[in-house]
Design a binder for this molecule. Structure first.
Ligand code: SF4
Ligand code: SF4
Length: 77
């Protein structure tokens, strides 16, 4: 259960970082996001999900809602 990523679909836009931080602290601040996007020296996208990531029981998480490529899915229950 929880946030599932289809890494093949992720384009590294970082919208999910902004959405998560806005949801939780009402700021567009990636440092406060429970999902973080990084780029390797080779240009690949790396996705790090914090242990604090938990939108269980809530409406569709904003990170999922605003991901433009449907790379994120939240499995609840
Ligand atoms: S599921 Fe919720 S806590 Fe986890 S990254 Fe998305 S918005 Fe943030
Ligand atoms: S919003 Fe979606 S496509 Fe953009 S960085 Fe996040 S997971 Fe990747």
């Amino acid at each position: 259960m929880g946030l599932v990523i289809d890494k093949e679909k992720c384009v590294g836009c970082r919208a999910c970082e902004l959405a998560c931080s806005f949801y939780h602290v009402k700021e567009f601040c990636p440092e406060n996001s429970n999902i973080r996007i990084f780029f390797t020296d080779d240009g690949d996208v790396e996705i790090d999900i914090s242990g604090n990531c938990n939108c269980s029981g809530k409406d569709e998480p904003l990170c999922v809602k605003f991901c433009p490529t449907q790379a994120l899915t939240y499995l609840d229950g």
